[in-house]
Design a protein around this ligand. Structure first.
Ligand code: ZN
Ligand code: ZN
Length: 292
């Protein structure tokens, strides 16, 4: 099977948003990550096939970062798992992905990044912030301000359970030590076309990112949603959402806001065709991908 890793871009007013893919995994039993799901229930939404699920109801998920180009500013959102990181999840552990090669092929250089936005501090959203040089983790985007919310930093700093797989030590502390970290409010206006929206639940200080330009709008979900099936089944929460009820409320509120504004919904873990519009379908939605 060909793993879909092509780079895609979308326009929102004068802003260009580009997906750079680290990895995509196909044929995942949905109940593996969504405890309330089943393959049969996924298969009841045939619009998910073939981009987001197969005919048997097995889902695909992707790890990708988004580059947001405004006039005069480049922002990177959620730089994936990274290479060579010690992680408890085997599919994140000691990987060697050609992510930075794809990033370069898309026309980006590490030094061209002005800021890095983190929707939250899980291992698949901070990895490329650092890379190993002579056994030391050093910042990859050495010119960029790296934005964090206080509750996420606190949670990452005090999560003692990770042992050697401590993402704070290998992916956050080197940024703080280099003086490249900024703490921002969960509803911060980042200037230009960018604004954070609090979408807690999956993690304590989780945020999504609104992009608003020339009357058009898009939102990058982070892990407020993981898969397009949650547009149809918003009550399906992720395996390790910190607070499932709060996560459900955040997800529903975000889907409502996207519908009201006819915004482009861009899913951080949505596979193959990660940007699209919502169509109201009874008391939930279907996700209709947009290719450019
Ligand atoms: Zn997460
Ligand atoms: Zn994630």
């Amino acid at each position: 099977m060909t793993v879909q890793t092509a780079t895609h871009s979308w326009k929102v007013g004068s802003v260009t948003i580009t997906s750079v893919v680290e990895n995509q995994t196909e044929q995942i039993p949905p109940e593996f990550f969504f405890p309330n799901a089943s393959a049969a229930a996924v298969a009841e939404h045939p619009w998910l096939v073939p981009d987001f699920a197969d005919a048997e109801g097995r889902i695909a998920l992707r790890v990708q970062a988004f580059v947001v180009d405004e006039p005069g500013r480049r922002t990177l959102i959620d730089p994936c798992v990274g290479n060579g990181k010690t992680r408890t999840l085997p599919w994140f552990h000691q990987q060697e992905w050609p992510f930075m090669e794809r990033f370069g092929d898309a026309g980006f250089s590490p030094d061209s990044v002005d800021q890095v936005v983190h929707t939250h501090l899980h291992a698949d959203h901070v990895g490329w912030d650092t890379h190993l040089v002579d056994g030391v983790w050093v910042p990859t985007f050495a010119r960029a301000r790296h934005l964090y919310t206080e509750r996420e930093l606190d949670h990452a700093r005090h999560d003692e359970g990770r042992g050697p797989a401590d993402l704070y030590v290998d992916s956050v502390a080197p940024i703080v030590d280099a003086g490249l970290a900024d703490v921002v409010d969960e509803d911060a206006d980042l200037g230009g076309s960018l604004r954070l929206e609090p979408t807690a639940g999956h993690s304590p200080g989780h945020v999504s990112l609104w992009i608003e330009s020339e009357g058009e709008a898009a939102v990058v979900t982070g892990d407020a949603l993981h898969h397009p099936v949650q547009c149809a089944e918003p009550e399906w929460g992720w395996l390790d959402d910190l607070d499932a009820a709060v996560a459900f409320a955040s997800r529903r509120r975000l889907l409502d806001a996207v519908t009201r504004r006819s915004a482009l919904l861009i899913g951080t873990h949505f596979p193959s065709r990660p940007a699209g519009r919502l169509e109201v379908d009874g008391d939930s939605w279907r996700f209709s991908p947009v290719d450019a």
